[in-house]
Design a binder for this molecule. Structure first.
Ligand code: GDP
Ligand code: MN
Length: 388
């Protein structure tokens, strides 16, 4: 799950990481009030679930409270386009108003998981700031990686190595040790999959401050992170994914145009692979689960069709716990209600498969059937290509 910068900073603050003083605002008037309290220069930052805001004009300095109000007025209610939002941009509903800092150096410090070594990895660079993606691409050696033995945790010797790589002087070393170890505590205690501070700045008065913060939380841990669950901002999330989550369906939107409805995560992934294999592109991952009843299937089908990019549907069901006839009923009902005209290919196997197939035959829908996955994938990819 993603959270906003101001929420990530509140968490870091609780764990003892220095962050600039500031508050979020939903109106220009509130932004002005916060800026008045701060006095002096402030920075007004668009709060959206995407980075690259600096480059998109979403991070702006204001000399005083009235300028902060003006900038907040310009940002709020507008769509901000950054290198990470895509061309359609992201609507700004809140801004963070913070005391502006004098920046001496911009560092990069992040903790995430490394699948290859099955350990935590700290990434650190002396060249932090808005060009970090470019740096990772052009000069990957400038981002140092420290693999953490999870049994040891982040020991001071690791942090001293990082400090050396970042050319942190003696004077700042104690605060750097503190910041790094507090970031690590946050990462562990809050079940994060990413804690990223970019930039971690050395201020003009020689302090280390997290100027920006990005935290991703492992969705599977939300049951034990109620405070973080409460930070969810549904308006920032994909509306179809949200609807799916509310119906306990596991659905992930992808870039392609073939909608997939499958039971079981493994079969769903195999189906997506098969579509790719025959030259198509899946529009989504969708696991309707084992206990799918007619309503659930109908719901799943509606979510799938809610994606305007979908040009055809592949239904691949292995009836184990779920019965094929139930699935067929759900699909036929939903397709009729939605006045479905797109090509559908169905591959059914398992419990009550005959009854299921009979339901499809009797329906007036233009449904093609297939007897295995390869045939199913080939047929739907061909139909979609022919139609376009
Ligand atoms: P991002 O572009 O979405 O990652 O947003 P950041 O919060 O990282 O801000 C982008 C850039 O704006 C930073 O790298 C800084 O260079 C600049 N910036 C942000 N806050 C301040 C500030 O308080 N003072 C100064 N001088 N620059 C700032
Ligand atoms: Mn940043």
């Amino acid at each position: 799950m993603k959270i906003h910068e101001y929420q990530a900073k509140a968490i870091l603050h609780d764990f003892g990481v220095p962050v600039p003083f500031g508050h979020p605002a939903t109106t220009p008037e509130l932004a002005e009030k916060i800026a008045e309290k701060i006095t002096g220069r402030v920075v007004v930052k668009a709060q959206i679930h995407a980075g690259g805001r600096g480059k998109g004009g979403g991070v702006r300095l204001a000399e005083d409270a009235s300028e902060a109000k003006k900038i907040a007025g310009e940002l709020l209610g507008q769509k901000l386009v950054t290198p990470q939002t895509g061309p359609e941009g992201s609507l700004v509903r809140q801004v963070l108003v913070e005391r502006a800092l004098e920046i001496h150096r911009e560092l990069y410090l992040a903790i995430t998981l490394d699948r290859e070594t099955a350990s935590q990895v700290v990434m650190a660079s002396a060249a932090g700031g808005v060009d970090i993606e470019e740096l990772a691409h052009l000069h990957p050696q400038k981002i140092h990686r420290f693999f953490i033995d999870t049994a040891l945790g982040l020991r001071p010797f690791y942090v001293r190595r990082m400090a050396h790589a970042l050319k942190i002087g003696k004077q700042l070393l104690p605060s750097f040790l503190q910041v790094a170890s507090n970031l690590y505590s946050t990462f562990i205690a809050r079940d994060c999959s990413l804690v990223e501070v970019n930039p971690l700045v050395v201020t003009g008065d020689h302090r280390l401050v997290a100027l920006d913060a990005k935290i991703l939380i492992d969705d599977n841990s939300l049951f034990r992170q109620p405070e973080i669950e409460a930070m969810r901002d549904p308006e920032e999330e994909d509306s179809l994914e949200r609807e799916a989550m509310e119906s306990h369906l596991s659905y992930i939107r992808l870039e392609g145009n073939i909608g997939c409805m499958v039971n079981g995560a493994g079969l769903a992934m195999a189906t997506m692979d098969m579509i790719q294999h025959v030259g198509g592109a899946p529009a989504n991952f969708l696991d309707v689960g084992g206990a799918a009843d007619v309503e659930r299937i109908e719901k799943a089908f509606r979510i799938l069709m809610g994606d305007s990019r979908v040009r055809g549907v592949l239904i691949n069901i292995f009836g184990g716990i779920v019965r094929c006839d139930r699935v067929a009923e759900g699909v036929v009902e939903a397709a009729a209600k939605l006045k479905m005209v797109l090509p559908i290919v169905v591959r059914l196997e398992g419990t009550n498969v005959k009854e299921g197939r009979a339901i499809f035959r009797k329906s007036k829908l233009a449904i093609e059937t297939a007897s295995d996955m390869l045939e199913a994938a080939t047929k739907i990819v061909r139909s979609v290509q022919e139609a376009s």
